[in-house]
Write a protein that binds this ligand. Structure first.
Ligand SMILES: Nc1nc2c(ncn2[C@@H]2O[C@H](COP(=O)(O)OP(=O)(O)OP(=O)(O)O)[C@@H](O)[C@H]2O)c(=O)[nH]1
Ligand SMILES: [Mg+2]
Length: 516
């Protein structure tokens, strides 16, 4: 993407040895393991080789004085990269300021206020000014300051920064390194947007800046500075700086070791934190168009130094110290990360006997350490397994015991019930025998009664036969005996039922013999 950038302000480079060394480092950042040359290095080189090297004078022009130019040209043709991290609450003006700073429109959607946690979004743009190409990576925080519990809000930011260092380190450690092609995403500058409360820093700001200060160059800025009065802004700046100092937060200091910019940078350090206003809207003021924010009571001009510090920020961040920010990132922050990580991996510069570091020995020591650790873990797991097996065995034995006890109890219950049932069966059989006996007796009695009835019929005189007379009481009773009542004649006893036939017989006998 090509931004509609302002007039280039790149002045002809002053090519001295220091610059040459810087350019050399820019061109091959990994060639010396990330080490940067400066004048001291050349002095050391001279001191080390001085004994052998003889100074000679050239008799004519050879042409290697063009080396710095060659480096600059190569550097320019390769392009540069610069990575900015914008940390600040949702809606504080991050995107607007980036658009204002680079005088273009980066596509960025506003973030929602209800995201559950903080995360980062990053986009890379290619912009060009004159013949200088810049690969610009802008990273924004999303959801920063929106959660009720802000305890872990800084973590995703720290993780992001570390991850970019880690990626670079992994590339550096490769046998076939491609650092000249590598897209370096290490964060060079962190613009920390302070909400213009006019009071003091929030604890979230202090905690986050404290966690970041050893990893990145922090440039604190007061966002939306047009919402705060001049007096309040002055006091707010003092308050912020005193809070940063008292909490030991290290912010980026513009370098004062280069005499060409020392004075300017020293003055600018005194203006921190910059109070900025962002706007891409153009308004006619006098006879020229300026970027400004228009209010009913007046117009705030973004690039008017009486209105805000936007110009100071742009001057420091882009025009004067962009290279220093890149360099500090590499030599200080990345170096610290690299050292910690390599030490973590077991690398040291000198061993305990002050012998020089041997990669092979370190690798072997690390391998042995790793194997020992593996064996220890294996043994631990084996012991744990044995303990677990024993525990399980005990549990199984206990369960077996319980099952046996249950089985015995069921067996006892079963035999008790069997006994009871056999007794019942015996009683029932006795009852059946008794019943059968009674039944036989009843049947015998019935047969007798039938025989008696048959013989009585034979003795009845013929005359009687003709005249129908009601049977006598005895005959009625005998008939009753002979033809006992059935279920089909209710009200009369059933002779087949042993109890009923007893009752019936007793009734018959009582009718015959009242004294029975
Ligand atoms: N008063 C004032 N308003 C501003 C300023 N900068 C941006 N704004 C306004 O603030 C609102 C949010 O601005 P953005 O730039 O989208 O804020 P942001 O921090 O990128 O927001 P998120 O990406 O959603 O977190 C917009 O309405 C801007 O016009 C400023 O300097 N002063
Ligand atoms: Mg935004």
């Amino acid at each position: 993407m090509k931004g509609k950038l302002e007039e280039p302000v790149i002045s002809a480079p002053k090519l001295d040895m220091k610059m040459a060394a810087e350019v050399e480092r820019t061109l091959s950042p990994g060639a010396d393991g990330g080490r940067q040359f400066d004048m001291d290095d050349f002095d050391i080189l001279d001191a080390e080789q001085g004994a052998d090297a003889r100074s000679l004078e050239l008799k004519g022009h050879v042409g290697f004085d063009s080396l710095p130019d060659q480096l600059v040209n190569k550097s320019v043709s390769g392009g540069f990269c610069f990575n900015i991290l914008c940390v600040g609450e949702t809606g504080v003006g991050k995107s607007t300021l980036m658009d204002t700073l680079f005088n273009t429109q980066f596509e960025d959607e506003p973030a929602a206020h209800d995201v559950p946690g903080v995360h980062l979004k990053s986009k890379t743009y290619e912009i060009q000014e004159s013949n200088v190409r810049l690969k610009l990576n802008i990273v924004y925080t999303v959801g920063f300051g929106d959660q009720i519990n802000k305890e872990d809000s800084y973590k995703p930011i720290v993780e992001y920064i570390d991850q970019q260092f880690e990626n670079y380190l992994q590339e550096e450690l490769k046998i076939k390194r491609g650092l000249h092609m590598y897209h370096d995403t290490r964060v060079h500058a962190c613009l920390y947007f302070i909400t213009p409360t006019g009071h003091s820093l929030k604890s979230l700001d202090l905690v986050t800046m404290k966690k970041l200060d050893s990893k990145v160059n922090i440039i604190p800025i007061i966002a939306k500075a047009d919402t705060i009065s001049k007096n309040e802004l002055h006091k707010f700046k003092i308050k912020i700086m005193s809070e940063l100092v008292s909490n030991g937060v290290q912010i980026y200091q513009f370098p004062t070791d280069d005499e060409t910019v020392a004075e300017l940078n020293a003055t600018m350090n005194g203006h921190l934190p910059f109070a900025v206003v962002g706007s891409t809207d153009e308004v006619k003021v006098g006879n020229k168009m300026v970027r400004a924010r228009v209010y009913p009571w007046g117009t705030v001009q973004v690039e008017n130094e009486n209105h805000c510090d936007f110009v100071k920020l742009r001057e420091m961040l882009v025009r004067t110290n962009m290279e220093d920010l890149r360099e500090t990132t590499h030599t200080r922050h990345y170096e610290l990360f690299r050292r910690c990580r390599l030490e973590e991996m077991g690398f040291v510069d000198d061993d305990s006997d002050n012998k020089p570091f041997s990669l092979h020995e370190t690798y072997e020591a690390k391998r042995v350490e790793h194997l020992n650790e593996l064996q220890r873990k294996e043994e631990e797991m084996r012991q744990m397994f044995v303990v677990r097996v024993k525990e399980k065995e005990g549990e199984l034995k206990e369960a077996e015991k319980e099952l046996h006890a249950k089985f015995d109890q069921l067996k006892r219950q079963h035999s008790d019930e069997k006994k009871k049932l056999e007794e019942k069966k015996k009683m029932l059989e006795e009852e059946i025998n008794l019943f059968n006996k009674k039944k036989q007796a009843a049947m015998a009695a019935q047969q007798q009664a039938q025989q008696a009835a048959a013989s009585a019929t034979q003795t009845i005189p013929k005359a009687h036969k003709k005249k129908s007379r009601p049977p006598s009481r005895v005959w009625r009773l005998v008939g009753c005996w002979a033809f006992p009542p059935t279920d089909s004649h209710p009200g009369t006893p059933d002779w087949r039922h042993p109890a009923s036939s007893d009752v019936h017989r007793r009734n018959v006998l009582q009718n015959l013999f009242p004294s029975y």
